[in-house]
Design a protein around this ligand. Structure first.
Ligand code: FAD
Length: 405
């Protein structure tokens, strides 16, 4: 039989293959990826890799011989150009056709492009792939002034690295606070203060209207209030969009990503979608959501592998995420969207604290800075469907372990 074919050799694509073998799958497995490398980790690209603290080889999720040993075929540098659901086969850009019993979309996401004049100038850069990280690294040395568009996770991680290299760094953010889509105002305020202390100039409520250049190269940005900020480089981190065109062309339902049910099946049961490209019904909020995290890609990969090896189950993992910015390790668990009450554990002044987020008495999630134990506790607590009260959360003498025993 033709076995399982996976489109996308990233975090999720790798995980499906690895978990299938781990759970005893005997049929062929083929991963098709359009990047030149074997599956690698993206998170360090904006952190240790850009800082020069790790190598491309150490980013690989597994070395070459792992795939040989587990009979997983990885076609790198290969783009799937079309999917024929009637014939159950995909066709590569090269023209080669590959048949499947089951097909998994793990096509990830691409960066949203900055929609302003001048965005095509040399020196305007994005970060998603290792190739883009290498290009960015190569340009860092000669840059003195760097403007970062977007104060989300990627933008702030880039600001943390660039300021550490001694660059003059501006971050331009259209909204009123940093990381506003993902964290509480308390956390935004803390990180804004931390970046100011790094020497980063945060421009909030600021819209980029255009990018100016000389000789085809970036020289500065213009804000909508007329202010001008000089720049040798403009690094853009204004969000991503799911890669779902191929799925849409194949006639699958697509709405903010490839639509899947609670078992991560697309509108054709021979097809699954996972990770950044998939939009799924969330067990915790009851809403259809799309998450952009390693945890989500990994756990959804496992969920699909379980189903394909005879143990179908609804996807129900607790979401978690992290972001490293200099000495600050931010870790988040749960989805804190509807939060109406918070409790602080630890000390903001000492840069080691957690914000426990509640809706009424219900714990929605925890945001931690340099308090890994709170984060790990939160993961176990939420998975168990248990809770603590805001008073317990804030009480340093309260022992969480007792609650889990
Ligand atoms: P990806 O890993 O993006 O893999 C998708 C792959 O599919 C890509 O290689 C793509 O080129 C390929 N592809 C697409 N279409 C085709 C096609 N037609 N044919 C062949 N191949 C195709 N997450 C965290 O949890 N914590 C972090 O700190 C963190 N930091 C990050 C920092 C950076 C700079 C970036 C870019 C991401 C970060 N993330 C972080 C997010 C995390 O890396 C992603 O959520 C995760 O990689 C998603 O996995 P995926 O398999 O869905 O997609």
């Amino acid at each position: 039989s033709p076995g399982t074919v996976i489109i996308g050799a990233g975090q999720g694509g790798y995980q499906v293959a690895a978990s299938l073998r781990e759970y005893g799958y005997q049929e062929p497995i083929t991963i098709i990826g359009d990047e030149p490398q074997l599956p690698y980790q993206r998170p360090p690209l904006s952190k240790a890799y850009l800082l020069g603290d790790t190598t491309a080889e150490r980013l690989l999720l597994r070395p070459q011989n792992y795939y040989e040993k587990h009979a997983i075929e990885v076609l790198t540098g290969s783009r799937v150009a079309s999917v024929d659901r009637q014939a159950s086969k995909v066709t590569l850009a090269s023209g080669t056709a590959i048949a499947y019993d089951h097909l998994v979309f793990a096509t990830g996401a691409r960066n949203r492009k900055l929609p302003v004049p001048g965005a095509d100038l040399d020196g305007v850069m994005y970060l998603r792939t290792l190739a883009e990280a290498d290009a960015m690294k190569a340009r860092f040395a000669a840059a003195n002034t760097i403007v970062i568009a977007g104060a989300g996770f990627i933008g702030l991680e880039l600001a943390a690295v660039a300021s550490k290299f001694g660059k003059k760094v501006y971050v331009v953010e259209a909204l009123a606070r940093v990381m506003s889509r993902a964290v509480t105002p308390t956390m935004s305020e803390f990180f804004a203060g931390a970046h100011a202390a790094f020497g980063v100039e945060l421009l909030l409520n600021a819209r980029m209207q255009g990018i100016e250049g000389s000789n085809g190269h970036v020289s500065g940005v213009v804000l909508s209030d007329g202010r001008k900020v000089p720049a040798d480089l403009v690094l853009v981190g204004i969000g991503i969009e799911p890669v779902a065109e191929l799925a849409a062309e194949a006639g699958l339902t697509v709405a903010n990503g490839i639509s899947v049910n609670a078992r991560l099946e697309a509108s054709d049961p021979k097809i699954s979608a996972i990770g950044d490209c998939a939009s799924f019904p969330d067990r915790w909020t009851g809403q259809v959501i799309r998450l952009e995290s390693v945890q989500n890609a990994v756990d959804q990969g496992r969920c699909v592998a379980h189903r394909l090896t005879g143990k179908p189950a609804e996807y129900c993992a607790v979401p978690w995420f992290w972001s490293d910015q200099r000495d600050l390790k931010l870790q988040m668990v749960g989805l804190t969207g509807g939060c109406d009450r918070t409790a602080i554990r630890g000390s903001i002044a000492d840069r080691a604290f957690s914000v426990f987020c509640f809706k009424g008495d219900k714990l929605l999630g925890i945001e931690s800075v340099n308090r890994a134990a709170d984060h790990m506790f939160g993961r176990r607590l939420l998975a168990a469907g248990a809770s603590v009260t805001p008073e317990e959360a804030a009480d340093m003498s309260f022992d969480f372990k007792a609650r889990l025993a």
